[in-house]
Design a binder for this molecule. Structure first.
Ligand code: ADP
Ligand code: MG
Length: 324
């Protein structure tokens, strides 16, 4: 963690539930963290643990049930439609499936001109230059401007989606599994593009992925989610060197490539049992039904996310009774 870190995004006690016929899905349940200027916060966890819900709530595509989200010190949790438009200049999102997020009836030029139109930035006569600059920045060619998204490969489409996201020079981009649908070779190109854009523009990313090796490549800090909660959050180096939560340890032991050093020394572990339903999460620690270190207390008392000792582990927080 940088000493002079300034938070751009502060999330406190964020809750997002879905009401369904089967009951209340506690998709995001009391999550708190900060995202510092220019950094990448990686968010990892199994499918269904609430990553996408959290990401969509951050950009206010979903209305939170409770908690607060502030951007540069300004509370945007319940921002009105009009002020949300301003917020959207600063906080953007890139989705897993650019097929679904790009309008098939519009050309790349139209897609990329839209943010400038909506926010009245520059004149109409500036659009050609604005679009051309965006294409350059994301490594697309000028002749791509007049094509439709279905004429592109998956990687190129994601470049278009990224270009649209960065058009208005946002401070934060929430990336929800942006490379998960792409071939491995293309994944690396998109990740490198995201890295370059961050270096050039001081962007902060919330980078959501179920794939730890991808997150490990990009993230400065990593948050691990389990059943709607953050169970551990730390700098990448601290997490790599010493993952503390039993769930994190299992996740990390299963990384197929580019294993962090501490994991090389650890036996591969597998998770026992199924992911419980977020409609009826286990009492106490939500991980206790699958935890290799479960103690009697774990089924009774939910552990709080707490900082561990200083030194190298500064800023390392874990929610586990083993460390109390
Ligand atoms: P992830 O992105 O980590 O896979 P999601 O945020 O998509 O997790 O989902 C978290 C939980 O919320 C899952 O149990 C999922 O089934 C449920 N969920 C997601 N969207 C909805 C919805 N619109 N209505 C009801 N339940 C939902
Ligand atoms: Mg998801």
């Amino acid at each position: 963690m940088k000493d002079n870190a300034t938070p751009v995004l502060k999330v406190k006690n964020l809750v997002k539930h879905y009401a369904t016929n089967a009951g209340t899905v506690r998709a995001v349940d009391d999550v708190s963290f900060v995202v510092n200027e220019g950094e990448t916060l990686g968010v990892v966890g199994e499918s269904g643990c609430g990553k996408s819900t959290m990401g969509r709530t951050l950009v206010r595509l979903l209305e939170p049930n409770s908690g607060t989200i502030s951007f540069m010190g300004q509370d945007i949790t319940h921002a009105s439609r009009a002020s949300l438009r301003e917020v959207r200049r600063d906080i953007q999102m890139v989705f897993q499936d650019p097929y679904a997020s790009l309008n098939p009836r519009r050309t790349v030029r139209q897609i990329l001109a839209e943010p400038f139109d909506v926010h009245g930035i520059g004149r109409r006569s500036d659009r050609a230059v604005q679009v051309s600059e965006l294409l350059d920045r994301v490594g697309l060619h000028q002749e791509h401007a007049d094509r439709y998204s279905h004429e592109f490969s998956g990687g190129q489409r994601q470049r278009v989606a990224i270009a649209r996201a960065i058009a208005l020079e946002p401070k934060v981009v929430v990336c929800d599994e942006p490379v998960s649908a792409l071939d491995v070779s293309i994944q690396a190109q998109i990740i490198n593009l995201l890295k370059r854009l961050q270096a050039e523009n001081g962007l902060a990313y919330v980078f959501i992925s179920h794939d730890l090796s991808v997150v490990g490549y990009l993230a400065d800090r990593i948050a691990v989610m389990y059943l709607g909660e953050i169970v551990e959050i730390a700098s990448k180096s601290s997490m790599w060197e010493k993952p503390l939560h039993p769930y994190t340890q299992v996740l990390f032991s299963a990384i197929p490539v580019a294993k962090p050093p501490s994991v090389l020394r650890r036996h591969r572990q597998t998770l026992i049992g199924e992911l419980p339903s977020p409609i009826n999460p286990p009492q106490g620690c939500r991980f206790h039904t699958r935890c290799p270190h479960v103690m009697p207390k774990c089924s009774m008392q939910p552990p709080k996310l707490k900082a561990v000792a200083g030194g190298e582990a500064r800023g390392h927080q874990v929610a586990c009774h083993l460390y109390e």
